[in-house]
Design a binder for this molecule. Structure first.
Ligand code: HEC
Ligand code: HEC
Ligand code: HEC
Ligand code: HEC
Ligand code: HEC
Ligand code: HEC
Length: 445
């Protein structure tokens, strides 16, 4: 009888082991791509002993700069960042260990430019934070340095990582050493833990099989077993029995139902979404070649993008400014000539298209708002063929309006509005949404 219970126990452990192996695999993948940012504090080596050193570094720092940084941080960054907590953006503790000042200055001035440049780290955190755009700041290098000094001083007060306060290295392009090692540290601890777990489970399974066999041998020596017991004792390992079991079937069915449910919800949510849409164009026109390598301004071709609601697609005449001379023998260029001869426009396939019920105005965003094309269209200058980079959903518009501070400086129109807003909301920034940018009628006719 015991052998029977043991045997089913070993089956149970085998199943458990397989589940762990499967789950462990996916978990490891998740962790691998997970933020290194919010892991401050679990990084091995950030011991309490190092804290006094950090604090000492902070007190020897320039107190005036820290005070200035404090004010700038509270005025510009605090709504999205805290030192030790993740709010909208990552916790900034240990930032000087992750990034050099030479990286931080351009990032804070204009993060979308850094993302658009293809900087690996920038693209990674940008994606990690659901492609939320950090606004651009017109701060001087000195102001940014003081914000960073303030951040390092603050993290020093709360048992920050070792040497944090001295971590500012205004070296050109140089990364603080150890950045990547630490980023990987906590994810590899989890990997090791999973491996240990798998090994332990393996040992358990093997031990149980051995015990089961020993028990079987003992039972074989006994004479007082009836026929049914003997039959069960001698029964072989039988996979069919496992999936005939109602429990296993129930579990499998439940799992299947969950997967189907998840996939359908995802499917329904994606109706009408055309993110990533990349049609083939009638002429192999490359933005990478023109806007990237040859650095032709976007507005050389999309002439109305700063002036009007729509960014126009250039007519063949604009192509001819150059291609009456350049690559005249290329079959792709001959297509332009043919279109002109036939007096017919080139039939470009439209990529971005909002439904008619929504109103979007380019000049409001590019000229007035000062937003880079790449913020919404992605790294166009690297695209051979244009694709739709952003979701273009209502949520996408609204989120940005909630988060983007409105540039009201030097614009008398806003003076009273900002005063009233500050009176009612205290430190909350004056965003596009404070100005009514989330009212239905602003975007819907
Ligand atoms: C509207 C919200 C918002 C404001 C305001 C904001 N940030 Fe950010 N910040 C983010 C988000 C979101 C990220 C994550 C990267 C991304 O999605 O672009 C980020 C990332 C960063 C990073 C990189 C962090 C890391 O762990 O690598 C730094 C540094 C940073 N911000 C500094 C600042 C400073 C300094 C200010 C103030 C001058 C500021 N931010 C203001 C939202 C904001
Ligand atoms: C030499 C002319 C030229 C330059 C310079 C140029 N574009 Fe274009 N752009 C085109 C043409 C032609 C198309 C239509 C064919 C296509 O989609 O590739 C287009 C299409 C696009 C589209 C997709 C439009 C749609 O159908 O929804 C976007 C977005 C875009 N350009 C953005 C940019 C940005 C951003 C830059 C600057 C970094 C830029 N373009 C520079 C000629 C140009
Ligand atoms: C300001 C100048 C300029 C304008 C305007 C311009 N191009 Fe170009 N184009 C170039 C240059 C430079 C090259 C690269 C030639 C080379 O590789 O030697 C090129 C290459 C090309 C090629 C690749 C040809 C091949 O066979 O390698 C195509 C296709 C092309 N352009 C299409 C267009 C179209 C369509 C337009 C109009 C929407 C346009 N270009 C507007 C400068 C221009
Ligand atoms: C705030 C986000 C945002 C910014 C910034 C932005 N665009 Fe767009 N762009 C859009 C949206 C949304 C559409 C789709 C508009 C529609 O379907 O009515 C679009 C469409 C386009 C089109 C297709 C033609 C059209 O007007 O529908 C082109 C070309 C284009 N953008 C180029 C640019 C260029 C060049 C810049 C930078 C100078 C730029 N965009 C900046 C959001 C943006
Ligand atoms: C990357 C951030 C961003 C995205 C994405 C964005 N907007 Fe905006 N939008 C702004 C900013 C910033 C302003 C304020 C410009 C200014 O007036 O200084 C603005 C202003 C507007 C206004 C004028 C609001 C007013 O109070 O007058 C409208 C309308 C608007 N956006 C529509 C849209 C629509 C529709 C979409 C989506 C298709 C969209 N926006 C996506 C940043 C964004
Ligand atoms: C910042 C611009 C913006 C504001 C503000 C806004 N919307 Fe939208 N809305 C859009 C855009 C863009 C779309 C189209 C998105 C899409 O097709 O996924 C849309 C789509 C919709 C749709 C879906 C239509 C359909 O066919 O799926 C409804 C309903 C809607 N909006 C209602 C509202 C209401 C109600 C409000 C006010 C509480 C509002 N919107 C405020 C930009 C906005």
């Amino acid at each position: 009888m015991n052998s029977i219970r043991l045997r089913s126990l070993s089956h149970f452990f085998l199943a458990l082991f397989l589940t762990f192996a499967a789950v462990g695999n996916t978990a490891a993948q998740d962790v691998g791509s997970a933020p290194a940012v919010s892991k401050e504090g679990v990084v091995p080596g950030a011991t309490a002993a190092a804290a006094p050193a950090a604090a000492a570094g902070a007190t020897t720092g320039d107190a005036a700069a820290i005070a200035a940084g404090d004010a700038l941080f509270k005025g510009n960054c605090a709504q999205c960042h805290a030192i030790n907590d993740k709010i909208v953006g990552p916790a900034l503790a240990g930032i000087t260990k992750r990034r050099s000042l030479a990286w931080l200055i351009p990032w804070i001035k204009n993060s979308s430019k850094v993302v658009a440049s293809g900087d690996e780290y920038a693209v990674k955190i940008y994606n990690e934070y659901q492609k939320q755009q950090m606004p651009s700041f017109q701060l001087s290098d000195a102001e940014i340095t003081s914000i960073i000094s303030y951040v390092t001083a603050e993290e020093g007060k709360i048992a920050g990582p070792p040497g944090a306060a001295t971590g500012i290295t205004p070296k050109d392009g140089a990364e603080t050493p150890g950045t990547t090692a630490e980023a990987g540290a906590s994810s590899s601890t989890i990997d090791i833990l999973l491996i240990v777990l798998v090994v332990v489970l393996l040992v358990l399974v093997v031990t149980l099989v051995i015990i089961a066999n020993i028990m079987k041998d003992v039972l074989r020596g006994r004479k007082d077993l009836d026929g049914r017991d003997v039959e069960q004792m001698e029964s072989r390992f039988d996979l069919a029995k496992i999936y005939r079991s109602p429990v296993v079937r129930g579990l499998a069915l439940g799992l299947f139902a969950l997967v189907v449910l998840y996939e359908s919800v995802q499917g329904v949510m994606a109706i009408g979404l055309t993110q990533g849409y990349q049609p083939t164009q009638p002429i192999a026109f490359s933005h990478k070649l023109h806007a990237g390598e040859n650095q032709i301004n976007c507005s050389y071709c999309h002439t109305s993008v700063y002036k009007s609601k729509s960014a126009n697609i250039p007519s063949a005449n604009i192509c001819m400014n150059c291609h009456s001379q350049i690559k005249t023998e290329s079959p792709e260029i001959k297509k332009i000539y043919r279109a002109i001869e036939r007096k017919q426009p080139i039939q470009w396939v439209r990529v971005h298209n909002l439904p008619d019920l929504a109103y979007f105005n380019h000049s409001q965003h590019t000229q007035v708002g000062g937003i880079e094309c790449q913020t919404c269209h992605g790294p166009i200058q690297n695209m051979e063929v244009v694709y739709q980079y952003s979701a273009l959903t209502m949520g996408w518009c609204i989120n940005c309006h909630r988060e983007s501070p409105l540039n009201t400086k030097g614009n008398g129109y806003y003076n009273n509005l900002v005063k009233l807003h500050d009176k009612a909301n205290g430190a909350a920034p004056f965003t596009v949404s404070s100005n009514g940018g989330t009212e239905c009628s602003k975007c819907h006719y």
